[in-house]
Ligand binder design. Structure first.
Ligand SMILES: Nc1ncnc2c1ncn2[C@@H]1O[C@H](COP(=O)(O)OP(=O)(O)OP(=O)(O)O)[C@@H](O)[C@H]1O
Length: 248
């Protein structure tokens, strides 16, 4: 459904990433992890088609729903209008959204459990609620692939829980193939079927999230040791960085 094969991207004389390959089955969720500047956003941009690969190949459907880290602007618009903007790619050059588009936007809000936001102003929502509206906008495109760039980056714990819960419902429905970047390993363990760990520009590990996100690999990725706790039957382990105990 979505794949990269021996993909590389060079800027000037520097490879941002190289030899990246994965093949994400339809309906699965992929978490991309790596330190600051490791190339996560650049990799997402190649998936979105806004940056060409220097080498290798990508296989991504033509329409992808994108959720940015946050959005500046639109604060004075109703959430329904923000979500209806997701229909723009389906309208003709000078086309205006019609009733069917508004109905699709309402359906997208309902999918994320946020139909009650429809008439509220986007600027009056909390950060987490805004992310959910932006997710609804991506769903309104009717894309089967969703790409999210650090969707929980600026959210407090309650809002992280809110957003992760909505994404988990999409995962359980297996209605979309989802790729997201994160600095929270726990989000990967909670939500993702697979993980792509960007250790270095030419070293990327890909596999089942529970198998590749071991304590040792997380410690190697971030340079910080991790502790692990079991969270009860049917729940993924909980990992926490042990600050102040950096690996020599
Ligand atoms: N337009 C550009 N020209 C040259 N280098 C760039 C450009 N944009 C980004 N880079 C470099 O590419 C590298 C990867 O950047 P990218 O934003 O993809 O990292 P990231 O893993 O998403 O980082 P973060 O976790 O901080 O968001 C960085 O070293 C960055 O400086």
């Amino acid at each position: 459904m979505i794949a990269l094969e021996n993909a590389g991207l060079r800027r000037g004389d520097r490879w941002i990433f190289r030899h990246v390959g994965f093949d994400l089955p339809e309906g699965e969720v992929l978490a991309i992890l790596g330190r600051n500047g490791r190339g996560k956003t650049t990799l997402l941009r190649t998936l979105l088609g806004s940056l060409p690969l220097t080498e290798g190949a990508r296989s991504v459907p033509p329409v992808v729903g994108y959720v940015p880290q946050s959005q500046n602007g639109g604060e004075e618009h109703r959430c329904l209008d923000i979500v209806t903007m997701g229909r723009a790619g389906r309208l003709g050059l000078f086309g205006l959204p019609g009733r069917a588009d508004e109905a699709a936007a309402l359906a997208a809000l309902a999918t994320v459990g946020a139909e009650h936001f429809a008439e509220r102003l986007f600027g009056r929502l909390s950060g987490g609620e805004r992310q959910i509206v932006l997710l609804a906008r991506a769903l309104a495109t009717e894309a089967k692939v969703l790409v999210l760039d650090e969707p929980a980056a600026s959210l407090d714990l309650a809002n992280q829980d809110l957003l992760l819960g909505v994404l988990m419902r999409l995962r359980e429905a297996r209605s979309h193939t989802i790729v997201f970047t994160t600095h929270h390993p726990q989000h990967g363990l909670f939500l993702a079927d697979r993980a792509l760990m960007m250790h270095a520009s030419d070293e990327v590990r890909y596999g089942r999230a529970a198998e590749v996100m071991t304590d040792a690999e997380l410690a190697r990725l971030y340079g910080v040791p991790f502790a692990r706790h079991t969270a009860g039957p049917g729940r993924p382990d909980v990992v926490s960085p042990i600050f102040g105990a950096a690996i020599p």
